[in-house]
Ligand binder design. Structure first.
Ligand code: IVH
Length: 667
């Protein structure tokens, strides 16, 4: 087989596996096997640059950042939908439609209304040519490079006709599980969480650097066709079937109905079940199934007469915003939140809600004293939507951030790169409290018996100011604290003492350096093997570590430039904490020295690549297949054949959590 044939064959196979994995959720090869095919293709394309083409699976990421997005006119306008808020309005819709068409009964299709961002994808002769946002419906922005990073979106149409032009329309969304994962990671790294999945998806899609988009687990559902040449369909049901054959993810919950009664049932049943799926849905789209009837019905003012959106009763309530307060995080970032007059929403009483940032408050013109709308979506924390009535008389003054930190009165500064403001006083009591809380937390030094109340008390009595002070606490000092008896004092002191044995990655994570989560801490520990060496490294040197980007590198270097932080490290060393990897002062092996590991399946919070980097950083080797020599198999969900093989050979199998514990030196 010549290289061109092999390249074509590899692309086909990789596309098939991608489709099975990301669209059908039914992979038939392991990730390792997939990686091997992929690597072969990368190598061949490197050797034969003339064979590279834009629809190759290797070309999903890597496009250069852009200055701005090109505008694209939609060849057919992207319409919006009229709403129906209850059963009566659905009935009115059906009456209008049957009357205009002079028919008794009309077949309808119902689909979930995905709460994401509408996009249009143009395929020319079967290849993705460009993709655009909806924009104002007539003209959108060309976000092709970003769309290409979404794995479930085919770069080439699969089965069926490949018309000269086919325009596919659908919704980009942020799956809730991915949203929670990203936010968990952000809060661990001292960054403000994203507000809601929809806006985060929209933001990710409008990133000028596709590499950033690629880090967000966006997904896609196709639901209709725009301008498409040389193809005739007779119904929406047929369109959906062709979209599936072309390889697009189509939401599985669509349904055909002979008339209205079962549509109403469908709407009601989803109203109750909307929390059971991994994406936000704000209603049901009801469409006339036959396309010829759709044409006859036409559109009025950008809304088709052949479809309507049944909107779920929204989880919105109105209440009074009593006060805007600022919460100081451990890195000094100030996050505004609203104190509300308690209000019932979706069965829970809400007393506080987030306000994102200063700019958002200004844009929505939210002022203390306002009647405001509060929204709760899925599991996401309640948010303030905005004032009920901006023109109401006697409103308070527009809100402005105070010039000083609410906790320590030192001046606050705006970070020029971000929308965040900071308190830069490392001695700020709120930062001290949050830092200590982080230091003793489970994933860091894991000191039990030091709850928030006790920490607050210790700070108040000035028994501790920073983490290092914990190690000189005495039984006598603790005996003065409320609720501390002989036994609990003994336990706490033993817990503090035991934490001296926690390995370097945990200590490094516990320092609470911005952007340094558990993964980054383990990578840095594996590379520098001691805080001393890390402290002396330049950001450029730190960035050389695979898996560490410029943001983390900068933040680590900045952290160690602060005198107080260096002092804190010195005192932790004096308190005999593990500031080196075990292997560096004795000859003891690192956690995975000499071991060979295999990683398989979908892991709950890390990618397989991250886990592999961690293995290598900790002295282990990664291979693709399980054998008698395999030390451990790290297995996630859908592990398949490797898991079976490991069991046969009695190779120990670890969950992600167990693996991370192992790195930390726990049995
Ligand atoms: S059909 C003219 N189907 O809802 C038909 N839209 O308000 C309009 N949407 O901009 C598109 N899920 O972003 C259709 N299954 C679905 C949908 C859907 C979500 C969004 C889409 C559109 C908005 C209309």
């Amino acid at each position: 087989m010549n290289p061109a044939e092999r390249v074509a064959q590899l692309r086909q196979e990789i596309d098939d596996h991608n489709h099975r994995y990301h669209v059908l959720d039914a992979p038939i090869v392991s990730n390792r096997e997939f990686d091997l095919l992929y690597r072969e293709l990368v190598e061949l394309e490197k050797e034969h640059p003339d064979l590279v083409s834009s629809d190759s699976p290797t070309q999903r990421v890597g496009a250069e950042p852009q200055e701005r997005f090109r505008k694209v006119a939609h060849r057919e306008p992207m319409l919006s939908l009229a709403n129906a808020f209850d059963e009566d309005e659905l009935q009115a819709f059906y009456r209008r439609v049957t009357k205009q068409l002079e028919m008794e009964e009309i077949g309808l299709v119902t689909e979930l209304k995905i709460d994401g961002v509408a996009v249009s994808l143009t395929y020319e002769n079967g290849r993705l040519h460009h993709g655009a946002t909806r924009g104002n419906g007539l003209e959108g922005e060309d976000v092709t490079s970003n769309l290409r990073t979404i794995r479930s979106l085919p770069l080439r149409l699969r089965e069926g006709p490949h018309p000269s032009t086919a325009e596919i329309r659908g919704e980009i969304y942020f799956p809730l599980s991915g949203f929670e994962r990203v936010n968990r990671q952000r809060s661990e790294e001292g960054e403000a969480p994203f507000a809601n999945p929809r806006n985060t998806a929209a933001g990710a899609l409008r990133q000028l650097d596709p590499a950033v988009t690629a880090t967000r687990p966006l997904a896609f559902f196709a639901y209709s066709l725009g301008h498409t040449e040389g193809l005739e369909f007779t119904s929406q049901g047929e369109v959906l079937s062709q979209l599936i054959r072309w390889g697009f993810p189509v939401n599985p919950h669509h349904k055909s109905h002979a008339g209205l009664p079962s549509v109403i049932e469908y709407c009601q049943s989803w109203e109750e079940r909307r929390d059971s799926i991994d994406y936000e849905v704000d209603g049901i789209v009801v469409k006339v199934d036959r396309l010829d009837l759709q044409d006859r019905l036409g559109a009025v003012s950008r809304e088709p007469r052949w479809a309507i959106a049944y909107k779920f009763a929204s989880q919105v309530a109105a209440t009074r915003l009593v006060e805007i307060r600022l919460n100081v995080g451990r890195t000094g970032a100030l996050n505004p939140y609203a104190i509300l007059e308690p209000v019932e929403l979706g069965g829970v009483t809400i007393r506080t809600a987030t306000l994102h940032n200063q700019e958002d408050i200004r844009k929505k013109d939210i002022r203390p004293g306002d009647q405001v709308l509060i929204k709760r979506a899925g599991d996401v924390i309640p948010q303030v939507v905005g004032p009920v009535d901006k023109d109401e008389e006697g409103r308070g003054e527009p809100y402005a951030y105070p010039g000083e930190c609410p906790e320590c009165d030192s001046p606050i500064v705006q970070d020029p790169d971000e929308a965040l403001v900071y308190c830069r006083n490392v001695n700020c009591p709120a930062q001290r409290f949050e830092s200590l809380k982080h230091f003793v937390s489970r994933a860091a030094l894991d000191i039990r018996g030091l709850g928030p109340k006790t920490l607050r008390k210790l700070l108040e009595l000035e028994l501790v100011a920073g983490p290092a002070d914990l190690y000189s606490l005495t039984a006598e000092q603790l005996s003065g604290l409320e609720g501390f008896k002989e036994k609990s004092i003994e336990n706490l002191l033993a817990g503090i003492d035991g934490s001296r044995r926690q390995p370097l990655p945990r200590v490094l994570f516990g320092l609470g350096i911005r952007h340094v989560g558990e993964t980054a801490a383990a990578l840095l520990a594996g590379e520098f093997r001691g805080v001393e060496r890390l402290m002396q490294a330049s950001p450029e040197r730190i960035m050389e570590v695979s898996g560490i980007g410029p943001e983390i590198a900068r933040s680590v270097a900045d952290y160690f430039e602060v005198e107080e932080n260096r002092e804190q490290v010195k005192r932790l060393r004096a308190a005999r904490l593990q500031l080196k990897m075990a292997g560096d002062d004795r000859d003891a092996p690192t956690a995975l020295e000499g071991k060979t590991l295999v990683v398989t399946g979908t892991l709950p919070s890390h990618s397989r690549r991250e886990i592999s980097e961690l293995i290598k950083a900790n002295g282990g080797k990664v291979t693709s297949s399980v054998s008698k020599k395999t030390g451990y198999l790290v297995a996630g969900s859908n592990a398949g054949s490797k898991l079976r093989r490991a069991r046969e050979l009695e190779v120990p199998v670890l969950t992600e959590e167990e693996f991370l514990k192992l790195l930390q030196g726990e049995p």
